[in-house]
Design a protein around this ligand. Structure first.
Ligand code: ATP
Length: 251
């Protein structure tokens, strides 16, 4: 079965219908991005998927024994607390040194083990958060606006790292982002949400869809072209997903 199967999901919170009749699925090895304006139900959908919110109607099914790694939007670390990256990786449970090194390397943070958490740049901090999520060897990585506070080159570099992780480990990735023009190069599929699924498909399709433009406008000022890239590679056959496509700018 798919990793995730959401069928006809409706969620009501505090008397409001936050999500209405949402269908959504994810297959192994896919990178899927959910975009939508503030309050459109993106975090609610993630919470329903990880089981933190129960559906008012419809179903959420996960493949049995699915290992999920979660990279949060933000984590506050007390800047006065002396805490190295190495020690942070061992909270709340002690982890074998080799596993910490492996995860830091996979996240592109191999040089950061001895640094103080409080001294990391925003981009370095998010790589450490990514490394921490990779400790459990997830089959599905979930990121909730993981690049908030990073500038566009920083965000783009982080998403390239995510693509690298998917290509190295074959895990699927589900991300929430406001920045379609930045994440699109790293996404296989985009879902545009506004309480319901407005449109979905390949990133270029969504970026030029009238439903998306009605929500976000078309003012990317050429940023789409900036992040255009090509890739043509195969992923681990174990993940059953073969990518061989070219991302092109929609503008
Ligand atoms: N516990 C709750 N009770 C009542 N309303 C809620 C609750 N949680 C969320 N909502 C409402 O549901 C709507 C969707 O919230 P959600 O956080 O899923 O949106 P989002 O798309 O992730 O927004 P953002 O981009 O601002 O993070 C909002 O209008 C929010 O106020």
């Amino acid at each position: 079965m798919s990793l995730i199967e959401v069928t006809d999901l409706t969620i009501r919170l505090g008397g409001n219908t936050v999500l209405s009749h949402v269908d959504f699925h994810m297959d192994e090895g896919e990178i899927v991005t959910i975009v939508g304006p503030n309050g459109s139900g993106k975090s609610t959908l993630l919470k329903a998927i990880i089981g933190a919110i129960r559906p008012s109607a419809g179903t959420v099914r996960l493949r049995p024994d699915l290992r999920i790694g979660y990279v949060p939007q933000k984590l506050h670390v007390d800047p006065t607390l002396p805490l190295t990256v190495q020690r942070f990786m061992n909270l709340p449970h002690q982890v074998a040194h080799a596993d910490v090194r492996r995860a830091l390397t996979e996240a592109g943070a191999e040089d950061l083990g001895n640094r103080q958490m409080a001294d990391l740049s925003g981009g370095q901090f998010q790589r450490v958060m990514l490394a921490r999520a990779l400790l459990s060897k997830p089959q599905l990585l979930i990121l909730d606006e993981a690049t908030q506070g990073l500038d566009q080159p920083g965000s783009a570099a982080f998403y390239r790292q995510i693509e690298q992780v998917r290509s190295d480990l074959g895990c699927a990735v589900l991300m929430v982002s406001h920045e379609l023009h930045v994440v699109m190069a790293a996404s296989d599929r985009v879902i545009c949400l506004n309480g319901h699924v407005c449109c979905q498909g390949e990133p270029e399709h969504v970026a030029s869809a009238p439903e998306y433009r009605a929500l976000f406008g078309s003012g990317t000022q050429g940023a789409l072209a900036l992040y255009r890239h090509e890739h043509n590679h195969s992923h681990d056959p174990g993940c059953g997903h073969d990518h061989s496509h070219t991302h092109e700018a929609a503008e």
